[in-house]
Design a protein around this ligand. Structure first.
Ligand code: 13P
Ligand code: ZN
Ligand code: NA
Length: 283
């Protein structure tokens, strides 16, 4: 069934595991994620970013996920990832996404509070949960000077104030991860994560998980992360599967044939990520 992320994440928070959230671009990726989740009896979140929504449309992704999730044997949530305006969040809410992220992390603290509150207000009385972000997931460079680091990483006291003022359901925090693959080993501020976890009661979200060593993801979950976002690695897996078959056989022209190859690669990857999130059997 299609559910909101609210209960899903609260349950994960109590159970010391994380729900894995996967960015999907097409039907094959949606199918791969749900098939993997069903095989492992795990709750799962499918999500689309603004650029993905622009590519296929809210209604298209929502309908596709709905068609598959309705008959799925595990709880599935449909989430707008990095919603960059209240307007897009509104469209996702009206389009019956079950979960929405408003990303005001590039704004000032006060403006971020304002815009996040606005979206929480939109979802009021609906069973839609709202994720917000404080701090910047990016990590373009290592070795920032302290002041820069403080501006980039989530400040624990600010996180508490932010949650109290906005009433968001979950919070994405910046502890040194970055979107995409990493050049060299990422330095994750686990101490900061523990400090945030101690004073913030709502579920915490880790972005940028592609390219992180499994041990890093596992440790972050042990310290309190209960939603982990994976995007780049899924796109890479899909393309790897497609490319392999097209490169090896120039006579292949049926999209079903290479789509199947991409789907198989994504499914294997997703099963591994669900396993490191410790959500196997938690459906
Ligand atoms: P990656 O592309 O590094 O997996 O980041 C995923 C993410 O945070 C999506 O919001
Ligand atoms: Zn992200
Ligand atoms: Na990453």
């Amino acid at each position: 069934p299609l559910v909101s992320t609210k209960e899903m994440l609260l349950k994960a928070s109590k159970g010391n595991y994380a729900v894995a959230a996967f960015n999907v671009e097409n039907m094959e990726m949606v199918q791969a994620v749900i098939e993997a989740a069903e095989e492992l009896n795990a709750p799962v979140i499918l999500q689309t970013t603004p650029s993905t929504v622009k590519y296929g449309g809210i209604t298209m992704y929502r309908s596709m996920v709905n068609a598959i999730a309705q008959v799925a044997r595990v709880p599935v949530a449909m989430h707008l990832d990095h919603g960059d305006s209240p307007q897009l969040c509104k469209e996702a809410i009206e389009g019956k996404y079950t979960s929405v992220m408003i990303d005001g992390s590039k704004l000032s603290f006060e403006e971020n509070i304002q815009v996040s509150k606005l979206v929480v207000e939109m979802a009021k009385d609906l069973s839609i949960s709202i994720e917000a972000e404080l701090g910047t997931v990016g990590g373009k460079e290592d070795g920032h000077i302290v002041t820069e680091k403080e501006a980039l990483y989530t400040n624990p006291a600010q996180a508490r104030e932010f949650v109290e003022k906005t009433n968001v359901n979950s919070l994405a925090i910046a502890i040194g991860t970055a979107h995409g693959f990493y050049k060299g080993e990422p330095k994750i501020d686990f101490e900061r994560l523990s400090e945030i976890k101690e004073i913030v009661e709502i579920p915490l979200v880790l972005h940028g998980a592609s390219g992180l060593p499994d041990t890093t993801v596992i440790k972050a979950i042990e310290l309190g992360i209960c939603k982990v976002n994976f995007a780049t690695e899924l796109r890479a897996a899909y393309t790897k599967g497609v490319r392999k078959i097209l490169d090896s056989d120039v006579d292949v022209f049926d999209p079903k044939k290479y789509g199947t190859a991409g789907r198989t690669e994504v499914k294997e990857l997703v099963k591994h990520k669900i396993t490191i999130c410790k959500s196997v059997g938690k459906a």
